[in-house]
Write a protein that binds this ligand. Structure first.
Ligand SMILES: Nc1nc2c(ncn2[C@@H]2O[C@H](COP(=O)(O)OP(=O)(O)O)[C@@H](O)[C@H]2O)c(=O)[nH]1
Ligand SMILES: [Mg+2]
Length: 364
């Protein structure tokens, strides 16, 4: 009885066959989109786009720079060479400091201040550890919420790579592309661990060291080399109860900086305090950089340093390529493991083994 009832009275879910709806996505459109996606823009098209300030073209070219595919790299080189005459008209600022000091928050506040002055700001990062942790990329994006939305700002997280040299080369080339796209202020954040500061120092005009106040032991644990590289030391988080301590830290750093030999630039490094949260002192950091630019352009140091940096990067690229070529050579790759073991077991000296491998490599 139940069954027959169901037959006569179809369930509420039953639908009468009506007019069938048109397909939402036409298969022809899908094919067309696929075709467009496959057609990569030529290097001339990319260059044209970049010079017109097109962000999509800029991002695509950076992706080529970051690629490991040799065709992509060849194309990237074409694009970079065509962009070079249009690059160079910028100020490049490096920002370093230990994790947690507030670099990303500072860059957000500083970047917003610069765009309010009508500047076009590109933010890049050198973080060779990001391939492992991925942490800083996520951190940066959330710390720079306002700057991400700013149409006069461009934020590109760190290129991934196995070596600092690789990441640094990609960042160097990305600077050229950003400048050709019309970005006049390039900010490069570095994680403040390992050797990344040295790499960043060698690609910027002005090097800013961010610090926070400690418990009166400001100078402990700070690497001498980093203080020597700094053009300005800025004590961040100078807000709330921290202001007094930050001012004391500033005095202490000021005293310490005077013990270093004079810089080739003729610039005397400055100390200041700021708060990336309240924005107190942020505009003063820019004033300092302007004074630095005025001095170093007048005494020509600015231009000389950029020339030196170009040479340095040529040599670094050669070193990097030679190393990669050696270690990626299939026969060397094979021999390396057994030779390493032989060295470990004292069967041969490290120097003799290295010499043998190099001799073999140059004969291949
Ligand atoms: N009170 C205060 N906190 C800050 C300031 N700048 C950054 N912070 C906080 O410090 C933490 C680390 O900041 P972040 O920008 O990620 O540091 P980074 O690792 O150096 O990039 C975050 O919780 C920020 O909100 C500041 O000027 N004042
Ligand atoms: Mg950060």
């Amino acid at each position: 009885m139940v069954l027959s009832n169901k037959k006569n009275h179809p369930s509420a879910l039953h639908e009468k066959p009506g007019i069938s709806p048109p397909e939402i996505i036409s298969p022809i459109a899908v094919e067309n989109i696929k075709k467009i996606r496959k057609v990569q823009p030529s290097s001339q098209e990319l260059v044209g786009g970049i010079l017109a300030g097109n962000i999509t073209a800029l991002s695509r070219a950076i992706t080529l720079v970051e690629s490991t595919n040799s065709n992509h790299l060849a194309k990237a080189n074409e694009v970079i060479n065509a962009c070079l005459p249009h690059a160079n008209k910028s100020v490049r600022i490096g920002v370093t400091g230990v994790p947690g000091v507030g670099k990303s928050t500072f860059i957000e506040a500083f970047g917003k201040y610069l765009t309010s002055l009508g500047k076009k700001v590109a933010v890049l990062a050198v973080d060779p550890s990001s391939t492992i942790s991925h942490g800083s990329i996520l951190g940066d994006k959330t710390r720079m919420e306002e700057l991400v939305k700013d149409e006069n700002a461009f934020i590109r997280p760190s290129a991934s790579g196995e070596t600092l040299g690789g990441v640094a080369r990609k960042t160097r080339e990305t600077i050229t592309l950003c400048e050709a796209a019309g970005f006049d202020t390039i900010i490069i954040e570095t994680v403040g661990v390992g050797q990344s500061e040295t790499a960043v120092h060698s690609m910027v005009d002005f090097f800013l060291l961010l610090k926070i106040s400690g418990a009166g032991d400001e100078l402990q644990g700070i690497k001498r080399g980093i203080m020597e590289m700094a053009d300005a030391i800025v004590i961040n988080k100078a807000d709330g109860d921290n202001i007094r301590k930050a001012n004391l830290a500033k005095l202490e750093f000021n005293r310490a900086l005077h013990l270093f030999p004079a810089k080739k630039s003729g610039w005397i490094p400055t100390t200041a305090t700021c708060s990336a949260i309240t924005h107190e002192g942020i505009s003063d950091v820019w004033k300092t950089i302007e004074q630095f630019l005025e001095l170093t352009k007048e005494n020509n140091y600015f231009f000389e340093k950029r020339k030196e940096q170009n040479q340095y990067w040529m040599l670094e690229t050669i070193n990097e390529q030679l190393k990669l070529n050696f270690y990626n050579h299939p026969q060397i790759h094979q021999l390396l493991d057994s030779t390493k073991k032989a060295v470990q077991n004292d069967e041969t000296s490290p120097f003799a083994a290295a010499k043998l491998l190099l001799e073999k490599y140059f004969k291949f």
